[in-house]
Design a protein around this ligand. Structure first.
Ligand SMILES: Cc1cc2nc3c(=O)[nH]c(=O)nc-3n(C[C@H](O)[C@H](O)[C@H](O)COP(=O)(O)O)c2cc1C
Length: 192
């Protein structure tokens, strides 16, 4: 069921670091991204795929995790992502692709969820990451998708009307994500 898959497609930030995600699997995720919609059908997104532990270790320090969890510096050694898909904008084709990026990354994360894997979009990263990855001049990093087999539980909570939208962790390290209710986000109904 699509609803169940979408519910399962959460942001996961703790992984089974040792489990290598096959390059062919990463390519199959990018193939899902490729099939997504693109403004004016320009398709300006390019992708760099990484599953080598040595490179994973070089990428990791440049990523900023879970800003609302002030006491959590990010996944510890052993629970770090085992693969990355770096989403790049080809500036020779377009100057922006934020909508394309949302579609593409959701397709990738849905594909990961279908395979029992998980991931997290990381839009906060240090500018030095492009040097680490030797990104060519016409390409700009828009987002990093951290991927792996998740080892954490994520619960969706119904946000209470007066409640906070900040995600939080309970004493068992279960990650809770308050979602606004359907009623709250339907701004109007013009029924037949
Ligand atoms: C555009 C975008 C940028 C994000 N950037 C980061 C980030 O830099 N670091 C991070 O830990 N999570 C990041 N996230 C994940 C969000 O925190 C997450 O989507 C949100 O908490 C809701 O959880 P859910 O994805 O499980 O619904 C980003 C998500 C989106 C959509």
């Amino acid at each position: 069921m699509l609803y169940d898959l979408v519910r399962k497609t959460r942001s996961f930030r703790r992984f089974q670091q040792e489990e290598v995600i096959d390059m062919e699997i990463l390519k199959s995720f990018v193939d899902l991204a490729r099939l997504g919609g693109s403004a004016r059908n320009v398709q300006p997104l390019k992708y760099m795929l990484v599953n080598a532990p040595v490179f994973n270790a070089q990428i990791f320090p440049h990523l900023f995790w879970a800003g609302y969890l002030k006491d959590w510096p990010g996944p510890e050694e052993g629970e770090r992502p085992s693969a990355y898909i770096i989403c790049l904008l080809d500036t020779s084709l377009s100057n922006e692709a934020e909508c394309d990026l949302g579609i593409a990354t959701q397709n990738i994360l849905l594909g990961a969820a279908e395979k029992g894997l998980g991931g997290c979009r990381i839009a906060s990263f240090s500018p030095e990451l492009k040097d680490v990855l030797a990104v060519e001049g016409h390409l700009r990093i828009l987002m990093v998708l951290a991927l792996g087999r998740a080892v954490e539980k994520v619960f969706l909570d119904k946000r209470k009307p007066e409640g906070d939208i900040k995600y939080w962790r309970d004493a068992d390290q279960i990650h809770h994500v308050p979602k606004r209710s359907l009623e709250e986000i339907i701004a109007g109904e013009i029924a037949a």
